[in-house]
Design a protein around this ligand. Structure first.
Ligand SMILES: Cc1cc2nc3c(=O)[nH]c(=O)nc-3n(C[C@H](O)[C@H](O)[C@H](O)COP(=O)(O)OP(=O)(O)OC[C@H]3O[C@@H](n4cnc5c(N)ncnc54)[C@H](O)[C@@H]3O)c2cc1C
Length: 440
């Protein structure tokens, strides 16, 4: 792969000049984000030989950890919130032996703080599908009425072209304290343009199934410890070839099949029974396959990571606090590091880091009752292409896992999983590609 290529990160990596023995039935998976990893794990579990490539020097893609020298702590590229409803994710973690690597409160409880008024409350869905929590003042959104929840049922009748605000009126406490934060967190898209159908899918998987599906969960130590390293270890034990700093440049085909992968200085030919899974972000996949129909517009997420001057804890012994009326929407706590998330952050992503840091510190100091004058160092990470813009138009352009080549498949959170671009969506996409490939 020429000068840009670093080490292959596996005992199975081939030296740069060695010819590559290509095994019958091998599946080549390009992109080692969670979509690619889930696909590789699914195929390796069936005993299929697997080669996994990534252009970066590590796996994990948009879901990974790094060590921040300034903070002296490991942090994640962005805070990732999961829910106990994320069955594919929990199944993936069990398979790779990391089933115990998520943490959350013992019950479904979402503490919130209104940064303007200082009001605090906790949203507590009840067990079972009958949502009686909406009748109980200590469980529901303060200031909301039964009629507000009933109006929200309109989301269940969402049509393909509807945005969230086409179905739900953007006013009142339930909007500001439930529907808006839920939409922005799940779809990373402003409610005025976010797909109501996609939000309905989230509601049906979570709140419609009761508290057991709504426990908030985060990675105990970090995203890489939960999702990436255990998956790589699982693959290595099964003889998978794992190659980093391998950027796919182009594909060759004979009209019916993909016949070779062009990595620049390296080329891989595909034998008659070999297959390809492209598990790249949508713009990357489109660059390789210009004819591909894919949602290309993206939305940013901004995160601020702060090493706190003293230990603190959050209400409900939970890992997250919802914030209303400030800059950040969520505050995550892991040890002495508070991390703030701003989704659908088009405006913030364009501001200088110092301005962003100052605004996020204001929220943090209020939320954790710290001295606002003593701002500690803050690491700002702007993921400008965090997810695709999950609008009705974009959702209509999500392709399924199949392609016009009989040995080539697609994975990635932007493919048509019926679920938003999230960890759960990415893992489902990888599993769907593995299933389609295995059937083929
Ligand atoms: C800041 C942030 C916060 C988020 N918060 C949440 C959250 O709270 N909850 C949640 O569930 N989800 C969240 N997500 C979304 C989640 O991270 C993604 O949906 C998921 O990680 C996408 O996985 P993927 O495999 O589809 O794509 P990616 O992770 O993008 O993986 C694609 C891989 O392809 C590689 N690649 C690209 N081009 C090439 C090439 N030409 N050749 C070889 N390799 C290539 C890339 O290096 C990358 O590793 C968040 C994302 C971000 C960025």
């Amino acid at each position: 792969m020429g000068a840009g290529r670093g080490r292959g990160d596996s005992p199975h990596s081939t030296p740069e000049s060695a010819p590559v023995a290509v095994t019958q039935g091998r599946c080549h998976i390009v992109g080692a984000g969670l979509g690619g990893l889930a696909c590789a794990v699914g195929l390796a579990a069936q005993g299929r030989p697997v080669s996994l490539y990534d252009a970066a020097g590590q796996a994990g893609g948009r879901c990974r950890s790094l060590f921040d020298q300034g903070l002296g702590r490991p942090i994640d590229n962005g805070n990732h919130l999961l829910l106990s409803a994320n069955r594919a994710t929990l199944g993936f973690l069990d398979t790779v032996g990391a089933g115990d690597s998520l943490v959350g409160p013992p019950e479904a409880a979402f503490p919130f703080l209104d940064l303007r008024s200082g009001e605090r409350w906790t949203l507590r869905p009840n067990n079972g599908p009958l949502p009686w929590w909406i009748l109980v003042s200590g469980r529901r959104v303060p200031g909301s009425r039964l009629g507000d929840y009933l109006s929200g049922l309109a989301i269940l009748c969402a049509k393909e072209r509807d945005t969230v605000t086409d179905r739900i009126a953007a006013e009142g406490p339930l909007w500001e304290r439930f529907w808006e934060p839920l939409t922005v967190a799940a779809l990373n898209t402003a409610p005025e343009e976010a797909s109501a159908r996609l939000l309905r899918a989230v509601v049906m998987e979570t709140f419609a199934r009761g508290a057991a599906a709504c426990r908030p969960l985060i990675a105990k130590e970090g995203l890489s410890d939960s999702f990436v390293e255990p998956a790589l270890a699982y693959l290595r034990v099964r003889g998978a070839e794992i190659l980093f700093n391998w950027r796919l440049r182009a594909l060759e085909d004979d009209g019916a099949r993909i016949t070779a992968l062009d990595f620049g200085a390296e080329r891989r030919t595909l034998g008659p029974s070999e297959s390809l899974v492209l598990a790249l972000p949508a713009p990357g996949a489109k660059a390789i396959l210009p004819e591909l129909e894919a949602p290309l517009d993206t939305r940013p997420i901004v995160n601020g990571h702060i090493r706190l001057p003293r230990p603190v804890s959050l209400p409900e012994a939970g890992p997250v606090l919802g914030l209303i009326g400030g800059t950040a929407q969520w505050l995550f706590l892991r040890g002495d590091v508070a991390s703030l998330t701003v989704s659908a952050a088009e405006e913030l992503a364009g501001l200088p880091n110092e301005t962003v840091a100052a605004r996020l510190w204001q929220d943090t100091a209020k939320a954790l009752e710290l001295d606002p004058a003593e701002m500690p160092p803050i690491r700002i990470i702007k993921e400008k292409r965090a997810t695709f813009a999950q609008t009705p138009e974009a959702v209509a352009h999500r392709p399924g896992p199949g392609t016009r080549w009989r040995n080539a498949f697609l994975a990635g959170d932007w493919t048509d999983t019926g679920f938003p671009a999230t960890i759960e969506g990415a893992i489902r996409s990888g599993q769907a590609a593995a299933k389609k490939l295995a059937n083929h």
